[in-house]
Design a binder for this molecule. Sequence first.
Ligand SMILES: [Zn+2]
Length: 346
Amino acid sequence: MELEMLKRGYIKATSYYFEVDLPFYNEHLKNFLPDQIIDIHSHVATPEMLKPDAKPPTFWAERVCPNGMSVESLIESYELMFPGKKVTPVIFGLPSDRFILEKENEYVSKCVEKLGLNALILTRPSWSSEELERLVEEGGFIGLKPYPSMAKGKKPDEIEIFNYLPKHHLELADEKRWLIILHIPRSGRLDDETNIKQLLEIDEKYPHAKVVVAHVGRSYCPKQGEKGLDRLKDSQNLFFDISANTNEAIFERLIEIIGTKRILFGSDMPISGMHAKRICKDSNYINVILGADWVDEHTRPASPEDRVTFFLYEEIYAFRKAAEKMGLGRKDIEDIFLLNARRILE
Ligand SMILES: [Zn+2]
């Protein structure tokens, strides 16, 4: 039932919410989180933006909320998931082949106008500097959301960051001090040599662009990302968001190597609105999802007796454990969940 609702784009207070989610929140998260939170990484879209011939999704992350979550539903979800807190999102569309990118950007731009939110534009690498500048300014965006699947004609392991975030986009972002939420490519993730080199180049050459490495570089399983983070230890300008990540070990390393001023809270809603726990088999992550009616290499169904809570709670709880182990104080947590983002958005 929980997943059925999310598939239709919303989260509601059910008996399961009162029995499982709310007690988890009250016990583990409520006093840990500051009263105000900025979520630097959230996706909004509605079914009207789907391509007319969009097929049902096959990738797990799209199956969870195949037709998107509207901005109103996102804000209602925060109220339900974080009672007593004020959560403000930075929004952007869903980077998916099933959606019409222009329609998503148009919708997000309307949300900016209507609700005064900060938003990023989904980009096409083929856009010229002039085109990008015009689209960002006309739409009231504050930055860019490039995505690896925008690099056409390449196999996943051949895609490089500069294929979908070209240097002329970075130059403009540097000049305009734009925010960029960057999902890195390739199966080696944060440990991949090409990724490391290009991230170091971005850090050095475009210091005024606020580049956020999403999901801590997709380092979801033990050992993943540790070598990569070590190599980025002298970076000065890169930020990291913790969205959709539950890997306590990489959070500890992130705090140790990068410090607390360049870590940002992000949710990756609506995906993290699923009820799931993540386990790893070697370097493969597997989400154990309540209500999953499919099985694939990244998905197993959870049993109702597992009492799994929101995946977003799992993310924050894992970060809490890492923060406590590393001796972070209230001020550090406020930086990560609010003030670092506020500084970027000013
Ligand atoms: Zn995302």
